[in-house]
Design a binder for this molecule. Sequence first.
Ligand code: SAM
Length: 244
Amino acid sequence: MREAASAGERAWLAEFAVDDERWRKFEVYYERLVAWNQQLNLTSITERREVFIKHFADSLAVVRLPEWRFVVHAPGAGVMDVGTGAGFPGLPLAICHPDIPFVLADAQAKRLRFLADVVAALGLHNVRLVHGRAEDLARDPAMRGRFAAVTARAVARLNVLLELTVPFCRVGGFVFAYKGPGVEEELAEGERAAGVLGAKLARIVPWELPEGMGSRRMVVTVQERPVPAKYPRKAGTPQRAPLG
Ligand code: SAM
């Protein structure tokens, strides 16, 4: 039974070049997620099939986009995942791209303790975990304007999210915001916020999760100019007084 289930789950990840070694890493990730979830509130999704589709396959969706190829081939490429939580989408992407350095950032220390355990168990050398709020971390010259790509899923409304993510992005790089169909309502204010930050909403890519598990939208933003020095504003302000 377990083998048959496993074959189905492998098929969903197959298009992302998940070989045997990477597959074992996803198995370990799943086991640790469920084990830690008994103590920490990491995810409401724990059923195996759902985790593989709604967390792992969903996280890897960006790999299909041509803009991602720019990230993979950019010299000194690096990816920042803002508000990574239990590692989504950053950790599945780091498993599939061992040559790209990833920074996974979150404001909650307990989530980073879980991630430190998983990253050690997986033997990943391309992942750095950073504790802090994006508004503060983006003031660090080692992180501001440095990354070829910034990812974020389920962190904030688009206009708020852009202030939390765009400042990490280098000029010419991309922000990939993982959203649902409801994002349509956020686009007008998101577009205005992007303009203030020197960025532009490039396109919205719709896709469907396998097995009818939901519709998704990827909002692709390109960084056109350096972000004005006053952004992001101090921690809490982007949420209280959103741009756009
Ligand atoms: N991205 C993960 C996912 O899709 O499963 C986690 C989503 S969870 C709903 C939102 C996460 O964003 C939380 O772990 C929270 O601590 C983090 N977060 C929210 N605002 C943040 C900020 N300003 N800076 C850093 N992390 C933040």
